[in-house]
Design a protein around this ligand. Structure first.
Ligand SMILES: *Cc1c(COP(=O)(O)O)cnc(C)c1O
Length: 403
């Protein structure tokens, strides 16, 4: 409805993400912190990294935090620490960022893709159970894929868009079949899952054996470059992750195991520590923006065309993304781009359909809900600094498209 746009909205632009707004507010704190690290010339690990590890572990209700060079490396080291390799299999979701499946393949293991819950887009425990019932035997405490002969060792749910996967039934399956659990919490720092026993909500990264976080700039807690972290509650496992991060050397230059260089920089840790203090405010702003959209789509009478995100009862959704499901997604996206509104598709090709995984033998029709989500979902701008005028402009522009 461009013809109805006021002169003000005609000039409006709404990028998918604008990190400059956040930086403007924090510059006076961040620059001195960077200077301090530069003055110390201590760039690798050290007190800033240790401090951030403790803070992120506390924030995430986990006993240990181990800083890593990226979210991808956090996943890679987690798999290495759990000794996942050739002949092993990892059950995960195909509807995720590539790194989730990519790291499994990189350690030589086989990703097993089970479909998502269409409401939350997260790994469906029911689909995992179906896979185990139909394809696996449980022998001598090991879950064996009858078709490949592989040992299914790990369950790797992803907390997509900032809302946790339904962990209770997944943990029940893991306990029953001796599976380790890695939570891909790259999009979900501070997200919460309601405990069934009433013991209070549990945060992302505190439920499974290892939690993996990303500080990629577009995540809710973003560094000035790449960064990541593993969390763990088990002391021994945390120790292994720490050793794996420095080539597996302990003491230095003595290698019982093979690790790699997966260290987090002191500069990134210093920046992240400052930002962490603001994370709850940013989350609240993202939640306000999400609530604004939810309500405005109702007010605009769009709910028969647009499926808004489902925030599960008792969960804390941190809205790393606000993702709608719509008909004519690609045309809507082009219309929004014409109106200077940034959007993104997370993700256009589910992992079971990726060319590099063709050898796994998935066929069209496997993981139907993931394929459908890849065709129908669209992420709208939801970052904390958006104004109500910008949010309303997005809604009005979408209304114009469907009018
Ligand atoms: C961002 C992301 C990763 C990878 O994190 P990087 O820090 O970019 O390596 C892994 N999994 C998911 C779900 C992500 O969103």
């Amino acid at each position: 409805m461009k013809s109805e746009a006021s002169p003000a909205t005609a000039r409006m632009e709404v990028p998918l993400l604008d990190l400059k707004a956040q930086y403007r507010g924090l510059k006076d704190q961040i620059l001195p912190a960077i200077e301090e690290v530069c003055a110390s010339q201590h760039f690798i690990l050290g007190p800033h990294v240790k401090d951030l590890e403790n803070s992120v572990a506390d924030y995430s209700q986990a006993a240990h935090g181990i800083g890593m060079s990226s979210g991808t490396d956090a996943l890679l080291v987690a798999l290495m620490a759990l000794e996942v390799g050739h002949g092993d299999e990892v059950i995960t979701t195909p509807y995720t960022f590539f790194a989730t499946g990519g790291t499994v393949a990189r350690v030589g293991a086989r990703p097993v893709f089970c479909d998502i819950d269409p409401q939350t887009y997260n790994l469906s425990a029911r689909m995992v159970q179906n896979f185990i019932d139909e394809h696996c035997d449980f022998r001598d405490g090991r879950l064996i894929n009858r078709v490949t002969g592989g040992h299914v060792k790990v369950l790797l749910p992803v907390h997509l868009y900032g809302q946790m996967a339904d962990m209770q039934p997944l943990m029940d399956i893991a306990r029953q079949f001796n599976l380790k659990v890695i939570e891909d919490a790259a999009q979900a720092i501070g997200a919460e899952y309601p405990a069934a026993d009433g013991s209070g909500p549990r945060r992302a990264g505190s439920i499974g054996d290892i939690g993996c976080f990303s500080f990629f700039p577009s995540k809710n807690l973003g560094a000035f470059g790449d960064g990541g972290m593993c969390t763990a509650n088990d002391d021994t496992l945390a120790g292994t992750l720490r050793i794996m991060r420095v080539h597996g050397g302990k003491p230095k230059y003595y290698h019982a195991v093979i690790g790699g260089n997966f260290r987090l920089d002191a500069l990134q840790a210093a920046v992240l520590k400052i930002k962490l203090a603001h994370l709850d405010d940013w989350t609240a702003a993202r939640q306000r923006n999400a609530a604004f959209y939810d309500q405005a789509f109702v007010a605009a009478g769009l709910t028969d065309r647009i499926t808004t995100p489902v925030a599960m009862k008792g969960y804390r959704h941190i809205y790393n993304q606000y993702v709608i499901r719509v008909p004519d997604r690609d045309k809507l996206r082009a219309h929004l781009a014409d109106s200077k509104i940034g959007t993104e598709i997370y993700y256009p090709v589910p992992l079971h359909e990726q060319e590099c995984f063709a050898h796994l033998g998935y066929r069209e029709g496997d993981c139907l809900e993931s394929s459908r989500a890849a065709r129908e979902t669209l992420a709208l701008p939801v970052y904390p600094e958006l104004s109500q005028e910008q949010l309303q402009y997005v809604v009005d522009t979408i209304a114009g498209f469907y009018a």
